[in-house]
Design a protein around this ligand. Structure first.
Ligand code: ADP
Ligand code: MG
Length: 436
């Protein structure tokens, strides 16, 4: 099973849809961000104020909606889930810790911690034991009868963590949780998070403090709504990692100060800090286009553009690394289809994406292609290069015969198998079960 918990493909966020009309220019709080959160990750997001950190966290945690792009929650497209399903996902999987703890003032600490468990219908005795157990771990068991205004900032923040933990979440989202704490309490909170991480909890933490960030394994630096730099700690020391994070923050603030005089070298310096990911590939939704041919601007902006020219294939992977595949290193191409059932009531339908695995001598690159109409052109491109194409499902043949059926215009259920025996197959109305 895949370890990917949350996967964001080319997500963008515009808060005010009328901004283009008002100011003549779109304002992206998030601009084409790709992001993968895997089981056991401890990722930290940094960036100047207003760079989109909270927006990213809110979008990834399903609290806010996207303008464009897709988020897959454990492989399921978020847009296919209804409100109840989203609520259940949040309840079962996520825990939240906010900057200003957001405790409910008229509930005592015990009730504040217990609140998220109400949905779970666990019995009162069990709940009480659980609250006390967590409170003991976080050293707040003595204040369970108090109200938030009677507790210190550090205590309230630990209560907020206890509340986030009550449902045993797989992922904890923290948005500047140490923003209002002194350094002693910040470190206490960090050591709690580190312990949770060691016990298997996945953590996504927003902070502006390099010291805090140095507790993570990966730091992503946001700037103007895009991920500009990614740094991994790997097996290095926390001190080294901290120094690298500090360098990036410092470079960025210098960069901002001299925005107008930024030289090319400065930008390049930051680019070179990007580190290559060695993680196993998962499918990336892309728009492929051949250099020199006409391309679809909308798709180009919406999905990761992959450029094919006569020497190489170039794109940015989900971790924002630039990937160049030398054509001579490609052994063969595997084609496959992903059929997804989109439930729109009477308009329910299967939609198809073409899966393309580029098998190289020492690597595999996996794509989900969005440009169905250009697909044949892309396939010709590989054929012209004499790269073997393994197409066991006869996708090329079927597509050439019935290109329209891969589009989302058919209001009846039809699978790829049906398409292949097109003449024979009945098109049944899903409601009446009668032939159409
Ligand atoms: P950060 O957390 O990095 O400080 P945010 O994600 O809060 O940044 O904000 C990113 C940008 O989006 C900012 O320019 C901010 O003004 C804008 N923004 C945030 N929330 C809203 C909102 N609810 N409505 C309109 N604009 C918003
Ligand atoms: Mg914020």
């Amino acid at each position: 099973m895949s370890n990917i918990l949350i996967e964001a493909n080319n997500i963008s966020k515009i808060y005010d849809p009328d901004i283009l009309l008002k100011r003549g220019k779109n304002f992206y709080a998030l601009d084409n961000v790709n992001f993968v959160l895997e089981k056991g990750d401890f990722i930290c997001i940094m960036g100047p104020s207003g760079s989109g950190k909270s927006t990213l966290l809110n979008c990834l945690s399903t609290l806010d909606s996207l303008s464009t792009g897709h988020i897959l929650l454990k492989g399921t497209d978020m847009t296919t889930l209804n409100k109840n399903e989203l609520c259940e996902f949040r309840y079962k999987t996520l825990g939240f810790v906010f900057q200003n703890h957001n405790l409910i003032p008229y509930l005592n600490i015990f009730d504040n911690i217990a609140t998220p468990a109400i949905l779970g219908h666990i019995n009162a005795k069990e709940l009480k034991e659980k609250v006390i157990h967590i409170a003991r771990d976080l050293e707040i068991e003595k204040i369970l009868d108090k109200f938030p205004h009677e507790c210190s900032g550090g205590e309230c923040q630990r209560v907020a963590i206890a509340r986030a933990l009550i449902n045993d979440p797989e992922i904890i989202f923290c948005d500047e949780p140490t923003g209002n704490l002194d350094s002693k309490n910040s470190h206490k909170l960090l050591s709690i998070l580190t312990k949770l991480h060691q016990q298997g909890t996945t953590i996504l933490l927003v902070t502006h403090d390099a010291m805090i960030a140095s507790y993570s394994q990966t730091m992503m630096y946001l700037y103007d709504g895009s991920i500009k730099t990614v740094v991994h700690r790997h097996n290095g020391s926390q001190l080294n990692y901290y120094q690298r994070i500090n360098e990036i923050v410092l470079e960025d603030s210098i960069l901002k100060q001299f925005t107008h005089s930024t030289s090319f070298e400065d930008k390049e310096k930051i680019d070179t800090m990007k580190t290559k990911h060695k993680k196993s590939p998962s499918y990336q939704i892309v728009y492929m286009y051949i250099h020199g041919y006409k391309y679809d601007k909308d798709l180009y902006q919406k999905y990761t553009p992959v450029m094919l020219n006569d020497r190489e294939i170039i794109y940015r992977n989900k971790y924002n690394d630039e990937i160049i595949i030398d054509l001579s290193s490609i052994k063969e191409i595997h084609l496959n289809l992903k059929a997804q059932f989109a439930n729109f009531g009477i308009y329910s339908q299967f939609t198809f994406d073409v899966l393309i695995d580029i098998i190289c001598h020492d690597d595999i690159y996996k794509f989900r292609a969005k440009n169905k109409d250009d697909m044949i052109q892309i396939i010709h491109y590989f054929q012209d290069l004499h790269i073997p194409i393994i197409d066991s499902k006869k996708i090329i043949e079927t597509y050439q015969q019935f290109p329209k059926d891969y589009e989302r215009t058919k209001y009846y259920i039809r699978t790829h198998k049906d398409l292949m025996k097109y003449g024979v197959c009945d098109n049944l109305n899903p409601i009446t079960n009668k032939k159409m």
